[in-house]
Design a protein around this ligand. Sequence first.
Ligand SMILES: [Zn+2]
Length: 476
Amino acid sequence: MEYEVVIGLEVHTELSTETKIYCGCTTEFGGQPNTHVCPVCMGLPGSLPHLNKEVVEYAIKAGLALNCSITKYGRMDRKSIFYPDCPKNYQITQDELPICRDGFIEIELEDGSTKKIEIERIHIEEDAAKLLHTTVGTLVDFNRSGVPLTEIVSKPDLRSPKEAVQYLERLKSILTCIGVSDCKMEEGSLRCDANVSVMKKGSDIFGVRTEIKNMNSFKALEKAISYEVDRHIKTIEAGEPLTQETRRWDDTNNITVVMRSKEYANDYRYFPEGDLVTLNIDDEWIEEIRKTIPELPYEKEQRFIQQFKIPKYDAGVLTLTMSMADFFEKVAEISGDAKSTSNWLMGDISKIMKENDIWIEDLKFTPEQLAELITLINAGTISNAIAKKVIVDMFNTGKSPKTIVEEKGLIQNSDTDAILEVVKKVLDSNAKSIEDYKKGKNKVLGFLVGIVMKETKGKANPQIVNKLMNEEIKKY
Ligand SMILES: [Zn+2]
């Protein structure tokens, strides 16, 4: 039987406000345990919260960038939970009146068409404290308690693990672009839960769904959903029942394991938070916030295609993060060669960054220096092969490409006579290849050019080598 996969994502992001959502404590990541705390965020009896206006502002900004409508008259609610990381025994969140509703993100499908993924709601809430399980027992660090979060809930519009990854990538690029969150998955400022179910192809009745938690990378998200989809199908095919439950992704064993049977909304006993006033957001404020939204990633992508004439694929990759997009734009403008810039950034430089696990902000060389490298190649001063070595040096030392080329004597040899001599020498000692060439095997030309490049330590101008080889081989 054929199945259709149904996925919805719930994404929690920590907002980058300076202070917490209901008190004035810092939101800074890390710090000695229990130093960023006060009676409010430790939930001490008698302490009273007050809502941080900046949190509301950031949530509205996120909502506007994600095409949501803003709930002008809203309120905060208590959600009853009983965990050691939440000593009030309730979390102050939003239930029926989330701050933003009915938005969407567009993702791109493999066939090049776009698909709208609807966003049901965005609400604001406080983060819980962090539990540290040690050999002496479980310890609680309240530094994170009260850090502002948005929960962004998509409709079950996603139909494959790949679409889920794409949606999350888009979401992350928009939120970081507008500056409301740094979305660092490794620091927990972007966390994603997935609701997964399968149904018969063509059906409109959703199957039993499970929720997967603890996926802390894009790769984990894709693997966890794929695993869960397989598990659902196998269970159904075996005629066994599926249970609605919450499962955890086990990254070491690549499986999902049961955490608890799923709670239902009414288990939480939501009721209005009486210690906070109702939210009243006027149009003027919304418009003021709208004005602060910069060019969004997909707008940038469109502009890059038109302005720099680069392929849509390149523009998509380059605008995933704003720092990459800014770097590209600077280099493309200075060098005047956008396609080359894009090739370097998506190729060698991305590879180096991945190998060294760093971000583009951490590169030792500047956009100006990369532009200089591209100019050196285009002027024929160095070959592409040499440039690939220079970029590694630039990465390690932060020296300008000109300095590296001069210091190491890497300047390309365009001296036709000198190259001709090497070409002849190579032809003289490869009689078999010349024979093959005469039999119509044109491939040997590439082989012979390769030997010349090797002989000249990659410094011979490849265009000249190609030209001379073509001319000379005919004379034999
Ligand atoms: Zn506090």
